[in-house]
Design a protein around this ligand. Sequence first.
Ligand SMILES: [Zn+2]
Ligand SMILES: [Zn+2]
Length: 123
Amino acid sequence: MGCIEQITCRSCGNSWQCETGSGMDSVFLDKTIPLFSEEIQQELKSFQAGGGREFDFSQEVLACGSCQELVAVPVITFNGVTRIGSCPKCGAKLGPVLPLKKMICPRCHQTGCLESQEIGFWD
Ligand SMILES: [Zn+2]
Ligand SMILES: [Zn+2]
């Protein structure tokens, strides 16, 4: 079960709701492949075709500089590599994943002012 996080910026007062972690479908590689760009889909399909089973999937919060929002982005680790999906709103390439206290607010561009609160669950 994943979390719904409310992330608030102490500096500019903006807040976002993001679905983070992993849901019930996240254990199925077939269901996670379509969440990624064509390029990553190819890698995942060849990983799957090669009999790959072990992977780690979760949705992580990233700041998108082009739409100036915090968004939950699919992130998958397989074969020792981590691939980060694109912004679900504008399709921009994002990354790397940072801890919240190192993340830059996409609105006021301050670091260390984002705070997260769990407000619910998704699955
Ligand atoms: Zn801010
Ligand atoms: Zn974006």
